[in-house]
Structures are given as structure tokens and as C-alpha cells.
Design a protein around this ligand. Structure first.
Ligand SMILES: [Zn+2]
Length: 160
């Protein structure tokens, strides 16, 4: 018998039949699928491995793209006020600062304009001797002062 493709009507009918299966049929179908899967375990494993091997490059490219996307989202996030705040508090914690109320500490830090030791005008940012630093005791972890980088460095050198 020559191959006759299904008509649209037949396709629709099949779809409906599938949708309208009784619970009993569904259960039977599930069991059948499970049995088939068990029977073809090795075959499936091999075909999964083949698929995986043949899509290595695609996967690598997708991983890179994902990572780039995450980096970009993070980069944008840490430029927001909340992002800056949480990022900074996270750094303090990572550096061993202990405090009951980081929100208040952050407020104090942000509002401080001058080094509490030498009085220099503090600047925001990651570089330069006048950048704002949170000074804490390396023994107790407790916050002490808001200092410029050069005063902070001197304290660290003196192990104070
Ligand atoms: Zn200073």
C-alpha cells in the first residue's frame, strides 16, 4: 500500500483522541513509556551522549553568552544606588567588618565628607589616596573611623 500522509482532519482527530484519553489509558501510556525507556536504557544513554558530544561547541557558546549576560546584568546592577550599597556592605563583611546595623553604618559612611584623621576632602571611587575608606579594627572587626586611603593605609601598616 502506498504511503498516504495524514490529512489535516486526521491529524486533528489524533490530537483530540490523545487529549481525551481516559485516566486508565493515560496510566497505560505512562507505563508503556516507562517500560520502553527501561528497555532502551543503553540506547538512550548512547544517543544522549552522541547528542551531547555533537553539540559541544553550541553548548560552550551558549555558556559564554549566558556568562556575558549575567556579567552585564551584574555590571548594571552595581551601578544602581541599591547595588552600590549592597556591593559595598558585602565588601565590608568580606573584609571582616562586624556590625549590628549595616544600613546605618552605610548612611554614616555616605554622608561623611572629610577624613576623620587628617581632614582631607574625601572622594568616592576605587583609586587615589583621598578615597573614602571604612576603617575597622582587625582584632575585633568593629568599625572605628571613616578615613582617607592614606590614613587608613598608615593604620594598617602600624597594625593598629
Ligand atoms: Zn586622612
Amino acid at each position: 500500500m502506498p504511503f498516504k500522509p495524514r490529512t489535516e482532519e486526521q491529524k486533528e482527530q489524533r490530537k483530540n483522541d490523545y487529549k481525551n484519553r481516559t485516566e486508565e489509558q493515560k496510566q497505560r501510556d505512562r507505563e508503556y513509556t516507562k517500560k520502553q525507556r527501561e528497555k532502551n536504557k543503553e540506547k538512550i544513554k548512547i544517543s544522549q551522549k552522541n547528542y551531547s558530544d555533537s553539540h559541544k561547541e553550541e553548548r560552550k557558546a551558549r555558556d559564554i553568552k549566558n556568562r556575558e549576560h549575567i556579567t552585564e546584568v551584574h555590571r548594571q546592577y552595581i551601578q544602581t544606588d541599591l547595588g552600590k550599597k549592597l556591593n559595598r556592605i558585602g565588601n565590608w563583611k568580606a573584609n571582616g567588618v562586624i556590625n549590628d546595623d549595616f544600613d546605618t553604618l552605610y548612611e554614616v559612611f555616605i554622608k561623611c565628607e572629610f577624613c576623620e584623621k587628617c581632614g582631607v576632602k574625601l572622594v568616592e571611587g576605587r583609586y587615589g589616596d583621598n578615597r573614602k575608606c571604612l576603617d575597622h579594627s582587625h582584632n575585633t572587626g568593629l568599625f572605628r573611623n571613616i578615613l582617607c586611603m592614606s590614613c587608613n593605609r598608615k593604620r594598617m601598616e602600624d597594625n593598629f
